[in-house]
Design a protein around this ligand. Structure first.
Ligand code: 0O2
Length: 203
């Protein structure tokens, strides 16, 4: 069964447009200030298997409506920044986009998850000139945006890898170790931020 009900090309198209917008904003910021607002940017339409698994996990019917409306991360973007401040600059910028509505904000940077996961998550709602699953045209689509520093991203990638690909023999010890590393990396992020501030004050 096609969990996206034929909408995948539309989702890919929207993803491209949103990625281009982030690239343009970054370029404009760089032209104006000399600094980049992200180190790298990635995006994906969630795979059919992953969306199917998520619907099953949440006890949702396996339907395009569940995939596109009940779940709001069919389109996902990850903005990996050099410094913590850049994440909050992005949030202010996105907040100012008149065509985009931020419908949820989850600040796992100020409030890290108990396992040490840090990131800032937004769900955006935006109208595009394509019919949506409810028959509206222009249609409403959701985009999940994850904003992180390089250090947060490194941790999340390794933690994800270990959690899903390895049979952990001592999960409690590994969990404690991962949490310790997450806290050390968070402390490095704060130090790097302070160094940048000091360098900027010298200019
Ligand atoms: P994938 O394959 O990365 O897309 P929701 O999505 O709202 O139904 P939840 O848990 O409320 O579920 O959303 P939340 O907290 O915003 O987190 C969703 C995404 O954040 C996950 O997507 C992961 O990408 C990432 N994430 C959250 N917690 C962790 C964590 O502890 N470790 C790592 N490595 N990533 C995390 P998916 O759909 O799980 O997977």
């Amino acid at each position: 069964m096609d969990i996206y009900g034929g909408y995948r090309p539309t989702l890919e198209n929207i993803l491209d447009q949103v990625l281009n917008r982030f690239k343009e904003v970054n370029q404009l910021y760089q032209d104006q200030t000399g600094d980049r607002l992200y180190e790298h940017l990635i995006g994906r339409v969630k795979t059919e298997d992953s969306m199917t698994e998520k619907c099953q996990r949440k006890n949702l019917p396996l339907s395009p409506y569940s995939a596109l409306k009940k779940n709001r991360d069919s389109i996902g973007i990850r903005v990996v920044c050099n410094f913590i401040d850049d994440i909050y600059t992005w949030i202010d910028l996105i907040d100012s986009w008149t065509s985009t509505k931020i419908i949820t904000k989850k600040d796992y940077i100020t409030n890290a998850k108990p396992n040490g996961y840090r990131s800032y998550h937004l769900i955006l709602e935006e109208t595009f000139p394509y019919q949506d699953i409810e028959g509206n045209n222009p249609g409403k689509y959701y985009i999940e945006v994850q904003l992180r520093t390089i250090a947060m991203d490194t941790w999340a990638s390794l933690e994800h890898e270990m959690k899903y690909k390895h049979q952990i023999k001592n999960p409690e010890m590994m969990g404690n170790e991962l949490k310790r590393v997450a806290d050390e990396l968070a402390s490095c992020d704060v130090s790097m931020q302070t160094i940048r501030k000091l360098i900027r004050e010298e200019d």
